[in-house]
Ligand binder design. Structure first.
Ligand SMILES: Cc1ncc(C[n+]2csc(CCOP(=O)(O)OP(=O)(O)O)c2C)c(N)n1
Ligand SMILES: [Mg+2]
Length: 1021
């Protein structure tokens, strides 16, 4: 009783506040109602003046009146006589304020209105009755909204979630408004349709109502869901948690749970016993994570899911690999052997970062399920969008348009979930048509600490999970020391995901028995918490004692089960000693078996030609210039653009957009799926692309001409993204992971913005293959160029990409016959700055036709998109043409007369060309374009330097000296020429910002650098 009173007292302020804060709602009439489905109302009676004028029909009371009204509609005898009269009067059109008549006594049968009125005096308590019902209804709602505040979620009972200080209690005055007294506890109240606590009963005594609500909302599970706008979804959740007896666990389920808890717990104990001084980021304190994940997978498999893609950080990762994905234990154990040599090239990675893919039979569903855990870096949560992208791609390839066959599970730490912005950015992809994975199950290992920082210092929200509320995901908090509750919550989460295809969060409130890693002393910083943890009985022990006491298993049976698993670990340990070599490739999360040989090497080292036929160029060009749908009105300006395209096609030339069209269109025709994603990519930031045409007269009617290239072409996806670089680039990287046979491109709005996705670039794109032997052919399109647009909108920071290239500046490579392909094969990524549409066309096609996959970074132009000279003839795209890593000077410069070779890359070429002409120096200066910066075309640069025997060498760039390409190319050119000659510099001075904001300064800087470049007397700086 004490507990009951406390509960009511704590919930009461909410009820009062709700009554005050809700706007008056008028009576409505149900237009269709069935059990389990919330009612919808027609407006028929909404504005009945008699109703709106009744003084008691305000605020939340209208809910209660609605309840009464439905009941009365079903059968007038269902409600008290007073309500019967009221509704009869209202329906008969009683004038405002007159519908209400004080009620007749109970039991009357056919009193007239006059008789009923005569009874009023005998029924002074009707108003109290209404008020009490309203109070009960508010109480029920209060439990649904805030029951989780008082649920017993924290196994340590030191909960860091302090609602007294949280804003949700601010402003709750008028506590007394709640108005229920202890004497009301035995009174029977009719239950509203917004609760399922009654089961088959429609009315219950108040004490029982509270008891059942406490059971549903205030035990080991705290449900946060009342912010969800969708009524059907709210009702679904209520039913799952309120229905009497819904959480009882069968004996069979308990047995399975016990077996899984044993594995989870003993696995960590085994590692601790064998490698006590090794970091493993153990799961102790949250052992129920393993049965939780297994339950989610079981349930999802039963619902038809065939592939589950997971992402997680360090905590419990080895345990998940062993007991969820079922990586062979010996393979895990041998990772602890410091003497094993690595079999693969590259850096490899620590054991708790590696990925894994495994297909196995799910014993519960008897269906095969593929499980993959995506390799991830230390950078917490960075893997989230990658997992989503991979999931989306797998859904795409198997035609799973609703997420029925492929799903993702993301695991999070409490500190990271609250602190890392990528979590929020990833949530915002969850409902976008081209990015949705149709619901992700998020599981938070909420051990109430992040390294040494406790939540009071780590977040400003009550729960670590509040970020999920932005997408209306229900959040199920659960005490992880109650494994049965955990199982139940996970079942509901899986059902939710597979019913509504929306995100859901399971917050496993637990603790961390050791320090951040097994070597850390947690008492330095969390003395009281750890004193408490030291006294905490392990969850397996508690659960085992419970089921032994229940008679589910005997103590001996339990001990036998433990011994059997311990022996499994011992045997695997013995086997692991036979391993001599560590193979990272055994830890691949996304194998491409048909793309590689069995050994995982490319099937050939020949890169096929990238040119296409004249017919094909003409055909694709015409598609690019057309509106292939009938009666489709495009904007007049766009008509002109398409007409200009048609003209170009008839003249056999391409501008940048058309070159790109030719690459995409031809690949699509060859069965290669193309996906281009990023901010405003459909039209193109610079209004040059126009891959999606919009009917000017019909809302949302669009036409994508690229989809009309050929009847049996691969699908083309072009999608404007959410305004996030980090999440969207991560997503596309994940998408590209799923298959080698797709051209996946991410375009930055301006190249500058790639740095908000820096973590994906550093941790995945540049180093992914070295760490995880996993190839990826993602393409980054980064608009770049100094055009007087200010410090931003200018530089995609080529210097950073080039600094991360793995080719050696000081070693001149062996120029074997297949040098160009070999070089590509060995590099970590390819960096290009194409100066012609044809070269852009070839490099995109090469990306797919080459026999391996490497990330491709393309610095793309802005002003060149419309530059009259930046056009390519069809001749440069025909079958015998290819990507030019270096474009030699093609003017009249005679080798022996040339005094200077100006090496450059990108758009500055056109400025140099113009200036050279103006200065009449075409014969004395050769301008050589390095189109593929990395891997560096040593062979072609060598040929150029040998051609112009009397020339000095200058690197010319429009970027500042400490930026751009200079520091990358200089040592490589010097290595090429044997260090005999200096490589001088013509460009902007070093600077902190990438570009000036002053147009005049921009132009004078440009002129200065051109002056330096062509000042043959002064040999540069
Ligand atoms: C982006 C990032 N910042 C900092 C770190 C260093 N770091 C590793 S684990 C950790 C604490 C994480 O806490 P939590 O998310 O609660 O996970 P737990 O270790 O408690 O399971 C920190 C700060 C990191 N790995 N990534
Ligand atoms: Mg934590």
């Amino acid at each position: 009783m004490h507990r009951l009173r406390t509960t009511v007292a704590r919930l009461r302020p909410l009820a009062a506040a709700q009554i005050l804060s809700q706007p008056p709602r008028q009576l409505a009439v149900e237009s269709g109602c069935s059990s389990g489905k919330f009612r919808t109302f027609s407006k028929r009676h909404l504005n009945t003046p008699s109703l709106s004028a009744e003084p008691f029909l305000n605020g939340t009371s209208s809910n209660y009146v609605e309840e009464m009204y439905y009941a009365w509609l079903e059968n007038p005898k269902n409600v008290h006589k007073s309500w019967d009269i009221f509704f009869r009067n209202a329906n008969a059109g009683a004038p405002p304020g007159a519908a209400y008549q004080s009620p007749p006594p109970l039991g009357g049968t056919s009193q007239t209105l006059a008789e009923a009125q005569a009874m009023v005096a005998a029924q002074p308590n009707v108003e109290k009755l209404v008020k009490d019902h309203l109070a009960v209804q508010s109480l029920i709602r209060a439990y649904q909204v805030r029951g989780h505040h008082i649920a017993k979620l924290d196994p340590l009972e030191i909960s860091c979630v302090d609602f007294d200080d949280a804003p949700c209690t601010v402003g709750f005055q008028n506590v007394g408004l709640y108005g229920l007294a202890e004497s009301d506890l035995d009174k029977v109240f009719r239950l509203p349709t917004t609760t399922y606590i009654g089961g088959s009963e429609s009315a219950l005594p108040l004490s029982e109502i509270i008891r059942r609500l406490e059971n549903a909302y205030c035990q080991s599970i705290g449900v946060e869901f009342m912010f969800i706008n969708d009524v059907e979804q709210c009702q679904w959740i209520r039913q799952k948690f309120e229905s009497p007896g819904v959480m009882t666990t069968s004996s069979e389920a308990q047995r399975t749970l016990l077996a899984r808890m044993i594995r989870s717990t003993r696995f960590e104990e085994f590692l601790q016993k064998k490698w006590s001084s090794e970091k493993r980021f153990g799961l102790e304190g949250c052992e129920s994570l393993i049965p939780a994940l297994k339950t989610i997978i079981d349930r999802s498999s039963l619902r038809g899911v065939e592939s589950v893609i997971m992402g997680m950080s360090h905590r419990g990762r080895l345990n998940v690999l062993a007991n969820v994905i079922r990586k062979e234990l010996d393979q895990i154990f041998c990772q602890f052997d410091s003497k094993l040599e690595a079999a693969d090239e590259g850096s490899g990675d620590v054991k708790y970062h590696l990925g894994m893919y495994h297909k196995r039979m799910n014993r519960v569903s008897d269906r095969m399920v593929s499980l993959s855990l995506v390799a991830n870096p230390s950078h917490l949560e960075a893997v989230d969008p990658v997992v989503q992208g991979k999931t989306k791609a797998e859904q795409f390839y198997c035609g799973d348009t609703e997420g029925n066959r492929v799903m993702s599970i993301l695991l999070h730490g409490d500190a990271a979930f609250a602190g890392q912005g990528i979590v929020y950015e990833t949530f915002h992809l969850s409902d976008l048509p081209s990015y949705t994975t149709h619901g992700t199950i998020h599981v938070v290992v909420n051990n109430q600490i992040g390294f040494t920082t406790d939540p009071r210092m780590a977040r400003s929200s009550a729960y670590p999970t509040d970020v999920a509320r932005v997408v209306n995901a229900p959040i199920f908090h659960v005490n992880a020391d109650d494994p049965e509750a955990v199982m139940y919550v996970c079942e509901v989460a899986a059902e939710w995901r597979n019913t509504f295809h929306k995100d859901v969060v399971v917050d496993l409130v637990c603790y961390r028995r050791n320090g951040h890693n097994e070597m850390d002393e947690p008492m330095f910083t969390q003395p009281l918490m750890y004193k408490r943890i030291k006294k905490q009985k392990g969850v397996l022990q508690k659960f085992a004692e419970k089921v032994i006491a229940q008679g589910l298993v005997t103590k001996e049976q339990y001990e036998d089960q433990v011994a059997v698993y311990d022996q499994i670990c011992e045997d695997a340990y013995t086997r692991s000693k036979d391993e001599k070599i560590l193979h990272i490739k055994h830890w691949l999360d996304s194998p491409w078996p048909e793309f590689f040989t069995l050994e995982g090497t490319p099937k050939t080292m020949i890169s096929p030609p990238t040119g296409i036929s004249e017919d094909e160029l003409g055909h694709i060009g015409n598609i690019a210039a057309s509106v292939p749908e009938k009666d489709f009105t495009i904007h007049g300006g766009l008509s002109r653009i398409l007409k200009a395209r048609a003209n170009m096609v008839s003249q056999r030339v391409c501008d940048w957009a058309l070159g790109e069209y030719m690459a995409f269109g031809s690949l699509l025709k060859e069965g290669i799926h193309v996906r281009l994603s990023g901010q405003d990519v459909e039209r193109g930031t610079f209004s040059h692309r126009h891959h999606v045409l919009h009917d000017q007269n019909v809302d949302k009617r669009i036409c994508v001409p690229m989809s009309y290239v050929s009847p049996d072409q691969a699908p083309y996806t072009v999608c404007n993204s959410s305004l996030s670089e980090y999440a969207v680039l991560g997503f596309e990287l994940g998408y590209a992971m799923a298959s080698p046979n797709a051209l996946v491109l991410w375009e930055a709005q301006f190249g500058d913005f790639n740095n908000t996705a820096q973590c994906i670039i550093d941790q995945f794109i540049s180093s992914g293959q070295a760490k995880w032997v996993r190839q990826n052919g993602i393409v980054l399109l980064l608009p770049h160029g100094m055009e007087g647009m200010g410090p931003e909108h200018s530089s995609a920071r080529p210097e950073r990409f080039l600094q991360m290239c793995n080719d050696d500046p000081d070693v001149f490579p062996n120029l074997c016959p297949d040098f160009a392909v070999q070089q590509l094969h060995d590099c970590n990524w390819i960096v290009v700055n194409c100066s012609t549409p044809a070269n852009y066309f070839h490099v995109l096609r090469r990306q797919i036709l080459q026999p391996f996959r490497k990330p491709l970074i393309v610095f793309t132009p802005k002003s060149l998109l419309r530059h009259p000279e930046a056009k390519s003839s069809f001749d440069d795209m025909l079958p015998d043409t290819e990507f030019q890593r270096l474009i030699p000077d093609c003017g009249p410069a005679a080798p022996d007369k040339v005094k200077r070779i100006l090496f450059c890359s990108g758009k500055i070429y056109y400025e140099l060309k113009r200036e050279r002409k103006n200065r009449d120096m075409d014969e004395t200066v050769a301008v050589v374009r390095i189109e593929q910066l990395s891997p560096f075309p040593f062979d072609l640069v060598k040929a150029e330097t040998e051609r112009y025997v009397n020339a000095d060498m200058v690197w010319c760039q429009e970027e500042h000296k400490n930026q751009g390409y200079y520091h990358y190319v200089k040592p490589r050119i010097r290595t090429t020429i044997g260090g005999n000659q200096p490589v001088r510099y013509a460009g902007r001075d070093p600077a902190a910002a990438p570009a000036t904001g002053n147009k005049q300064t921009h132009l004078s800087e440009l002129q200065r650098l051109l002056d330096t470049a062509f000042d043959l007397e002064n040999s540069g700086k």
